[in-house]
Design a protein around this ligand. Sequence first.
Ligand code: NAP
Length: 299
Amino acid sequence: MNTTTYHFGLTGYPLEHSLSPRIHTAALRASNLPGEYKLYPVPPSSQGQSELAALLDRIRTGELQGLNVTIPHKQLILSLLDGLTPAADAIGAVNTVYLDDEKLIGENTDAPGFTADLGRFFEEIIQEWQYTIPLSKAGLVLGAGGAARAVVYTLVRDGWRVCVAARRTEQARELLRGIADARGNQDTYGSLTPIQLEAGTIRRLAGDIALIVNATPLGMAPQVYASAWPSGVPFPPGALVYDLVYNPHETALVRAARAAGLPARTGLGMLIEQAALAFERWTGITAPRQAMWESVHEE
Ligand code: NAP
């Protein structure tokens, strides 16, 4: 019988609107495991690094059994860990920390969370819309932060050509260079294009795009009317739209894409899956995904 009382948590800043406590508490309850999931807000100040280090020490001492990491610490935390899983290393961002053989290991469950939910999205639209995924397989990722890294990593691994559009083109270029280097394959870079996130550039490119992924925070509550898709630019015909933002359940981008007749969804499925994978890593048992889903559909 498992007698551990689990202490999990999330660090980042700000954290008030996080759904993670609700999702993980539901997972613990449904699995009949005693425990809690707490928020550890750490502002991005000069003391931030030492506060993060102190929090990680609590995993080393066994006081905490697992920690999630979100904006703005997903990349900063790398230097405080003893090791990374191969995917976290290639992506250059960590959202889950655990202790393995007295070593603090950083993992990225956003990437497999995105892959799983994108796969479900494809299956649904293949069935409901008799949709065929175009052979061109060109994806456009809006934003070039930590989540975009996880998305680009999985798309490239799955054979997509990828454009990354960022308001600072240099950030998109760095992201793509990092992914190509991690794959040890300079040829990869030829199929990756950094572009400026602005109307004219997106309009010129749009005809080639089969999948649009928003990896900026635009549209997230309370700024629910914002969208990363430039206004006045028509969506590429037949493209699929995946918005990583999950609050509200229908974002302005998803609403506009659906109004244009395109299949579109928000990132709630990815959120649940990345949490489920972290829970499985920390507890060693299969996550109760249904209970985790229900916890965010309660209100
Ligand atoms: P991040 O590291 O801060 O990156 C955000 C990216 O968006 C950066 O490239 C940033 O550019 C860009 N951006 C921010 N405001 C912008 C604006 N007004 N116009 C154009 N670009 C803008 O954040 P992240 O960790 O990648 O997260 C991005 C979003 O994905 C968040 O809303 C987060 O909640 C969501 N997310 C969802 C899941 C899920 O499970 N569904 C998982 C991870 C993340 P600058 O650097 O120039 O600001």
